[in-house]
Design a protein around this ligand. Structure first.
Ligand code: ATP
Ligand code: MG
Length: 252
């Protein structure tokens, strides 16, 4: 990887890019994934590249939902694998939720690579290389799922999911938690809980919260979820973004 000086003002953003480029070279992420990251970065810039109060709240609600779930599952795509494989495995372990590899541009080779990457990072149960079901309402390759994984799950965490797959999962009656920096995307609007934050911040935050909340009684977890409205959370995220932009505007 290119050496990036730690005092560079865009250090974290540049390191993230390097990780994704390495992910493409290693056959983990796709070229299209680089473009998706670019769209995310633009929204992150507007947000001020921080976890906002509304994102923190959504992360807490998401962790509570996963802890309350009967069959929670974490979906992993190429970008998530390139950026946060280790953290996803830690989250999977703390939440006792298996992982399933799901790729928009699916090739069996890339699925196999991501499965072995996740296993090397400590994930115990990884589905995705032997799909046995199809998610209704989407085209064949992208519909592939596993009965023991996403297909049979009641709560699914999808860091970086496509809009119509997210909608299809919601239509199946699942609670869908999305991580998406764009509060206007179809994914963000379709999900049950949307975390408007960068996966590189959101997943580690969720690991810390999961460790802290794991021992809570179910009643307290339900209280944490009660009253959450995704529409309101998205509106808050947009306001936080606009406040940050207005702050910058005053300094121009
Ligand atoms: P939709 O179909 O939901 O309207 P889209 O298909 O236009 O969205 P894509 O370009 O397919 O979106 O996927 C990129 C999405 O993922 C963008 O919304 C972007 O904000 C988000 N994204 C990209 N990188 C990250 C990241 N590191 N953390 C969080 N979100 C990200
Ligand atoms: Mg899309």
């Amino acid at each position: 990887m290119t050496d990036i000086p730690e005092d560079h003002p865009r250090y974290f953003s540049l390191v993230t890019r390097e990780l994704l480029v390495k992910g493409v070279k290693d056959g983990i992420a796709s070229m299209q994934g680089l473009i998706a990251q670019g769209r995310g970065e633009a929204f992150d810039y507007l947000l001020g590249e921080r976890t906002t109060a509304s994102a923190m709240q959504a992360e807490r609600v998401a962790v509570a939902l996963m802890l309350l779930a009967e069959r929670p599952v974490i979906s992993v795509n190429g970008n998530a694998a390139a950026l946060v494989a280790e953290e996803v495995c830690e989250l999977s372990h703390v939440l006792n939720a298996p992982v399933e590899v799901n790729l928009f541009h699916r090739t069996e080779e890339r699925v196999a690579r991501i499965v072995s990457l996740l296993k090397s990072k400590g994930c115990r149960v990884v589905y995705g290389d032997r799909p046995d079901r199809l998610i209704p309402g989407i085209s064949h390759e992208r519909a592939k799922a596993t009965s023991m994984g996403i297909y049979g799950a009641d709560v699914v965490l999808v860091p970086l999911e496509d809009g119509d797959r997210c909608e299809a999962l919601v239509k199946m009656g699942k609670k869908v938690i999305a991580i998406d920096l764009n509060p206007l995307s179809r994914t963000a609007r379709a999900a049950t809980v949307t975390i408007v934050d960068n996966v590189v911040r959101a997943v580690p935050n969720m690991v810390a919260m999961a460790k802290e909340m794991k021992g809570m009684p179910a009643r307290e977890l339900s209280d944490a979820v009660k009253g959450f409205s995704n529409d309101r959370a998205l509106a808050q995220a947009l306001e936080e973004m606009m406040e940050n932009v207005m702050k910058a505007r005053r300094n121009v």
